[in-house]
Ligand binder design. Structure first.
Ligand code: 26Q
Length: 830
């Protein structure tokens, strides 16, 4: 039997749901543990997790199949979310919540004297992403399933996810994350949907029998992409959408060629090389230029996903592409999958025989692009030489797109050669490179930013020329986060309290959470007390985690002041640290009247090659050590750096936070999404006028947000005449802080190690203008401290923050994408 001779499963009967009472779950669990996994003695924790996951997966499967059937039978328009990252974290607890069988499952395990929570903790995080962009993709998938939108995620099945971070003598050490080592019970391999992906070779131009110019990509080195599907369940409905992840492997033919020549070892070597492509996630959260393997990853994702969609298209429509754009839309998560623009053109022309104009019309009507950065240096560029070697045919297509585009520009602005070179797809300065963002813009009908300010600044700055040309293509879609994972799952006690007060419709319709506003008045003191109690419990959970992992004592009566996110200079962990040093200095000076005790928590990973970010981690750890060991300080101030920050740690951190640090240089953070997770869980933000902070401030009002710092326009003004020395001279508090740093107080036996940090802070060319915001930041912190001392006031602010978070659900975000860009018809929501 040939590989392709499998039976189409659409011809099979619908599978029946399995019962999900505790008895049936317990039987299923028992069968998987004993009969399937072969474990009879003792309990190896991972196998408990595996057996339970398979048991639950059985309960997901029939809905998954039903959704698949419904979506593929009907002529439904579908969206495909193309992303190099899906930071989905753990699956088990999320499916239990969605299926509403948490209690039954806990009961089922009781027989074995096993705690559900311990089994859940056995699951390794699926760390298939760096940070915000990857987590956003995961939240989007959750909302689409809950809203029953036919959206399929396409990504890569990295064998090694985001590295694990260890801290050794204060320094970050990276450890590989072999998360698939023991297998993944949630994935379903689909070898029947493999796709062949081409690399190398050359473009062969010829004329077909009708004299039409055609191109074939020949002499290629091929690899095979294999599909692995993950179920994405909707919240308490019948929808289970699909996240399809590609793993690269070698072609059989390729192996065989070498094998026939008697080079068995070389054949296996070739297999190795092909499997390298999806071996590891690149741990940079800003573009890393020129890495060949990364380009291979991007192309493999784009090509395999497009071919998969076209395979499905041809099953129902044959080779007629007239209506293709009516039924398919691709959303590109940043420029990472943008080679898809050239690849769709190539497939349609070279493989399906369409002519340029029809292929271009289809491409432009099906592609949409989301930008996630305002940093010009983070815009992706690929060296032309590399592209020509690795992807010669797609590169030819890019050249042709550029030629036609620049012709249009020349006609519209005659003689403006500067504009032509500014807007060209090819950056001609130095080594020539392809500007991927411009390829995305030219190839898409929709281009969006991820918060109001970000979208506006894109139009006025980075993409100004393109906005002038096609204003109608540009739009904003403010990010969100899913309230299922980030409230209902992560914060069960607060959820129960909210539901008790206003019912539980808020979980599907977060707009309703604003009914909590009715409970901040004096006649609801009882509710406010309960709110406080829940927060204290959540703080204890966080304190336990900090004790376990950092051996630092956090007292829950202190204010928990938290900054967790990737370490980056623009995010200004340093500004936060300067404030910590300032507090330390005040304590040492005895300036402690009306003191608000604080526990300051940092967490986040630095890109392994980012020297300054790694040094910032070291400085945080050194300051923490000095502060925590100083008996004069006592409980007034504690500082900890939580190692290996990830999704499941955030599930404990956000509910236990009082003060959320969102302190980026204004105009630099595209949106931020951690800010929303904290707000939902009743933390109050101290933040700059940046990204989605602005929209959070709008929602809660300035009495419930500690705003500080320069605005984006003021930042740009100040750059021209930034004088950090003057700022230090004018501010005695800052003088003390800089003095402590420069004296080596935090690196007594490690001389000079922080010189680079000190120099960057004092440089008139510091792009992040950290010292410019110091005074206003300290003042905002003083206000926050005073507010915290008034417990009742703080509790009201906390409730209000949660109550105003309705807008920041990805359900709202997805409905906006759908209304303005995708235009899909949701199925009936059961
Ligand atoms: C690109 C090329 C080569 C290697 C790595 C990369 C790369 C990988 C990841 C570049 C960027 C990223 C991630 C960017 C990111 O997470 N951006 C964040 O996106 C969030 C969701 O929109 C926003 O909330 C944040 O403001 C933004 O920083």
């Amino acid at each position: 039997m040939n590989d392709k001779d499998w039976i189409e499963d659409s011809t099979l009967e619908e599978i029946a749901p399995l019962p999900a009472d505790s008895q049936s779950l317990s039987e299923g669990f028992h069968r998987y543990l004993r009969n399937h996994l072969g474990h009879f003695m003792g309990f190896v924790p991972f196998y408990l997790y595996e057996a339970l996951s398979l048991t639950i997966r059985d309960r997901v499967m029939w809905k998954w199949h039903k959704t698949w059937k419904r979506q593929s039978e009907a002529n439904t328009r579908k969206a495909y979310y193309l992303s190099l990252e899906f930071l989905i974290g753990r699956a088990l607890g999320n499916h239990l919540l969605n299926l509403d069988i948490e209690k039954e499952t806990a009961d089922a395990l009781m027989k074995y004297t096993v705690e559900l929570e311990d089994v859940i903790d056995e699951e390794p995080d699926a760390g298939l992403g760096n940070g915000g962009l990857g987590r956003l993709a995961a939240c989007f998938m959750d909302s689409c399933a809950t809203l029953d939108l036919p959206v399929i995620g396409y990504g890569l099945r990295y064998e090694y996810g985001m590295f694990h971070q260890q801290i050794d003598h204060g320094y970050q050490v990276e450890e590989p994350d072999h998360w698939l080592r023991d297998g993944n019970p949630w994935e379903v391999p689909r070898p029947e949907y493999e796709q062949t992906i081409h690399f190398g070779g050359r473009a062969h131009h010829y004329h077909d029998a009708d004299g039409v110019h055609r191109v074939r990509w020949v002499d290629t080195h091929d690899v095979v992409a294999i599909a692995y599907d993950l179920p994405i369940s909707g919240y308490r409905n019948d929808t289970v959408n699909t996240l399809r992840l590609w793993k690269s492997t070698s072609t059989k033919a390729f192996d065989l060629d070498d094998f026939n020549r008697g080079s068995y070892a070389e054949a296996v070597e070739a297999k190795n090389e092909a499997e390298h492509i999806t071996m590891v996630l690149y741990p940079n959260d800003a573009s890393e230029s020129g890495k060949e393997l990364r380009l291979k990853q991007q192309y493999l994702l784009a090509s395999a996903s497009l071919k998969d969609v076209i395979r499905k298209w041809e099953k129902t429509h044959g080779d007629n592409y007239d209506n293709f754009a009516e039924f398919n839309v691709f959303q590109m998560n940043d420029t990472h999958p943008t080679i898809a623009v050239a690849e769709l053109m190539r497939i349609l022309m070279d493989e399906k025989g369409l002519l340029w104009d029809q292929a271009w019309e289809i491409t432009q009507k099906t592609m949409a692009y989301t930008n996630h950065t305002l940093l010009p240096e983070a815009l992706e560029k690929w060296p032309v030489r590399l592209m020509e070697r690795l992807l010669p045919r797609p590169m030819e297509i890019i050249y042709h797109i550029n030629k036609l585009f620049l012709h249009d520009i020349a006609m519209r602005w005659p003689g403006d050669t500067e504009k032509q070179s500014r807007m060209s797809l090819i950056d001609e300065e130095g080594d020539k490179a392809v500007r991927m963002a411009y390829l995305a813009i030219i190839g898409s009908f929709s281009i969006n930013g991820v918060a109001a300010l970000h979208s506006r600044l894109l139009c006025e700055g980075l993409f100004r020329d393109f906005y002038e040309l096609w204003p109608e293509r540009f739009n904003n879609k403010t990010n969100g986060v899913t309230p299922r994972r980030w409230i209902a799952y992560a914060n069960p006690s607060m959820s129960a309290l909210i539901s008790h007060q206003i019912g539980d419709d808020w979980i599907r319709d977060l707009g309703q959470i604003d009914r909590l506003k009715d409970y901040i008045g004096d006649d609801h003191k009882k509710f406010q007390k309960k709110w406080h109690k829940v927060k204290q419990q959540n703080k204890q959970r966080l304190a336990d985690l900090v004790k376990q992992t950092c051996d630092v004592d956090f007292d829950t009566s202190s204010m928990f002041d938290v900054q967790v996110k990737r370490i980056h200079e623009y995010k200004r962990q340093l500004l936060n640290l300067l404030h910590v040093v300032h507090l330390y200095n005040r304590i040492k000076k005895g300036d402690t009247e009306n003191w608000t005790p604080r526990c300051v928590l940092f967490g986040g990973k630095a890109a392994p090659g980012y020297h300054m970010a790694k040094l910032i981690i070291k400085l945080i750890n050194n300051v923490a050590k000095v502060v925590n060991e100083d008996v004069d300080v006592g409980n007034r101030l504690k500082v900890a750096f939580l190692p290996d920050y990830n999704v499941s740690k955030m599930e404990i951190i956000a509910p236990g936070t009082d003060l959320s640090e969102q302190v980026s240089t204004a105009g630099k953070e595209a949106s931020g999404t951690g800010n929303m997770k904290f707000m939902m869980n009743g933390a109050i933000t101290i933040g700059t006028y940046d990204g989605a902070n602005i929209e959070i401030l709008d929602a809660v009002g300035d009495d419930n947000f500690f705003l500080f710092g320069l605005k984006a326009e003021e930042v740009e003004q100040m750059r021209h005449d930034y004088q950090p020395h003057q700022i230090i001279d004018d501010d005695p508090d800052l003088q003390d802080v800089m003095f402590l740093l420069e004296s080596g107080h935090f690196n007594l036996f490690e001389p000079s190690i922080f010189n680079d940090i000190i120099a960057s802070l004092k440089s008139p060319h510091d792009p992040w203008l950290t010292l410019a915001d110091f005074r206003s930041y300290v003042d905002a912190h003083d206000e926050a401290a005073a507010a915290y001392r008034d417990r009742e006031r703080w509790v009201r602010m906390s409730i209000l923050n949660t109550a105003c978070s309705g807008f920041f659900s990805t359900d709202r975000t997805m409905l906006e994408y759908n209304n303005d860009i995708w235009k899909l018809t949701p199925g009936v929501n059961q």
